[in-house]
Design a protein around this ligand. Structure first.
Ligand code: AMP
Ligand code: ZN
Length: 477
């Protein structure tokens, strides 16, 4: 029997837990988004694709998912204390908001190429300054934050009297070192490991706002607390991000939320592991990075050829999201081979001459195979195991080739479409049974008729359901 029992590895308990949503039938998921100061690299893409598959699978399981993924356009500092977006604005002689817009566009376009679904809400940190100031006020009232020379810091020692700071990353107060993302003006702090909630801006600083303490800007960690609380509430289902964000970013978010409203923000913490190049973390700041377009065009001398975005996505998903993955020319070529083998199998079945003679034995084998595929996904979204199962189907097909009926052919192709296209997000070409575009046209027509009849319940339902699967209609549609 197909199981819907999903198990997720929770980084907070360091164990796989059975997933039970806080509210029956719906899931709130927050994923830390990109800092938009340069082109998104393949490492970033891997993380967002991991969460895209999680999002797709939760939708497949029937949950109504609110997926919030922010845009960090302010507050993420360089090691020298300068805001990353502001620094780039000076370099490119642009307004900081132009920089943010330019790289937000790049980010969205790139993820679209990878066939990732849009999140439900994509809030900007700079659009939530009021909410951030209000949280700081509350933390100060509770004596968990203090002002120093116009900046405000979270008081970890005070917080630790009633809570444990650092639980997510397994740290404790004794072994805390300074937060590497906010090294400037450390003299202001009571303790070097306290982190900034608000920073007084120096004159040269471009992005700044008024506050009760100074003209300044919010600390990086605070934006995620403000935006996740605003759109998902004080306690929501899943909080995700790259493994490198566990500390300090996510431990700080947990402390802020507990201090602010007395609750852990998320029930399940999910962390995607790093993409490496020559076994070193891919990173913008060290220059050890590859841009997706360099691979699509083959314009990078590490790689001998261009690779299709489907192949790159397939390559990512052949590793479990919690494992490190090293990218190389040979690894991508191996994935490409596998990917093409799978597409060949699908095309072979598409082109088989079948008859209306049903084959119950084959149908049962396909149903067993389907159960095994779902077991992989239910086991902490185990995409490499699922892909291995997809390959295994070739044996079933080969064993029965002569005796495949119309019914089994359709069953097999529908399942492939479901796993490979809808859940893994590999857009491998025209769907086998129906043309999605024509179905969309029919739905748009029904929606227009409903609107003319003033049946807004129906027209809104069509729009919302399409939006859940990543198709956004505008009012002209
Ligand atoms: P950033 O733009 O640096 O804030 O990063 C955006 C997202 O990409 C975060 O969730 C990071 O954890 C993630 N990320 C950064 N580098 C890598 C990498 N090499 N592999 C996978 N994810 C990464
Ligand atoms: Zn965040």
């Amino acid at each position: 029997m197909i199981s819907k029992d999903l198990h997720i590895y929770n980084s907070l308990s360091n164990s796989k837990e059975k997933f039970k949503s806080i509210e029956k039938g719906s899931v709130g998921m927050y994923v830390c988004g990109p800092t938009v100061y340069s082109d998104v690299h393949l490492g970033n893409c891997r993380t967002f694709i991991s969460f895209d598959v999680i999002y797709r699978y939760l939708i497949h399981l029937g949950y109504s998912v609110r997926y919030v993924r922010n845009i960090t356009d302010v507050g993420h500092l360089e090691d020298d204390g300068e805001d990353r977006v502001s620094k780039k604005a000076k370099l490119e002689k642009l307004e900081p908001m132009e920089v943010a817009q330019k790289y937000t566009n790049d980010f969205r376009e790139t993820l679209k190429k990878f066939n990732s679904l849009d999140p439900s809400i994509e809030p900007l940190a700079s659009g939530h300054i009021i909410e951030q100031i209000s949280i700081i006020n509350n933390l100060m009232k509770k004596n968990l934050a203090y002002e120093s020379n116009g900046s405000v810091y979270f008081d970890i020692e005070q917080y630790d009297k009633e809570n444990n700071y650092g639980l997510l990353s397994g740290r404790d107060l004794e072994n805390l070192k300074s937060n590497s993302r906010s090294l400037d003006n450390q003299d202001d702090k009571k303790n070097e490991f306290d982190f900034a909630l608000w920073k007084k801006a120096e004159k040269k600083h471009l992005m700044k706002w008024e506050s009760p303490w100074s003209i300044g800007f919010p600390g990086w960690h605070l934006e995620c607390t403000a935006m996740s609380t605003k759109y998902l509430g004080n306690h929501f289902d899943i909080h995700g991000g790259g493994m490198d964000l566990k500390f300090p970013h996510h431990d700080c978010e947990i402390a802020q939320s507990n201090g602010h409203n007395g609750q852990d923000p998320a029930k399940y913490w999910v962390h995607a592991n790093m993409l490496t190049l020559n076994n070193k973390k891919m990173s913008k700041s060290t220059g050890n990075n590859i841009l997706p377009n360099e691979l699509f065009s083959g314009d990078n001398n590490i790689f001998s050829k261009a690779f299709d975005f489907n192949v790159i996505r397939f390559f990512f998903l052949q590793a479990h999201y919690r494992n490190v993955l090293d990218i190389s020319d040979s690894a991508l070529k191996a994935s490409e081979k596998g990917y093409l083998r799978l597409i060949e199998l699908i095309n072979k079945v598409r082109n088989l001459d079948t008859s209306d003679n049903s084959n119950d034995k084959l149908l049962n084998e396909l149903k067993d195979w389907e159960v095994r595929c779902f077991n992989c996904l239910n086991d902490d979204f185990n995409t490499p195991m699922l892909i291995a199962e997809l390959f295994n189907s070739s044996k079933i097909i080969n064993d029965f080739e002569e005796k495949i009926g119309d019914r089994e052919k359709k069953y097999f192709l529908d399942l492939m479409d479901q796993f490979l296209n809808k859940i893994l997000g590999i857009d491998y070409g025209e769907s086998n049974q129906i043309n999605n575009d024509s179905v969309l046209e029919v739905l748009k027509e029904i929606r227009n008729e409903a609107r003319l009849d003033k049946n807004y319940d129906l027209s809104d339902k069509i729009r919302d359901k399409l939006s859940e699967i990543g198709i956004n209609l505008n009012d002209k549609d």
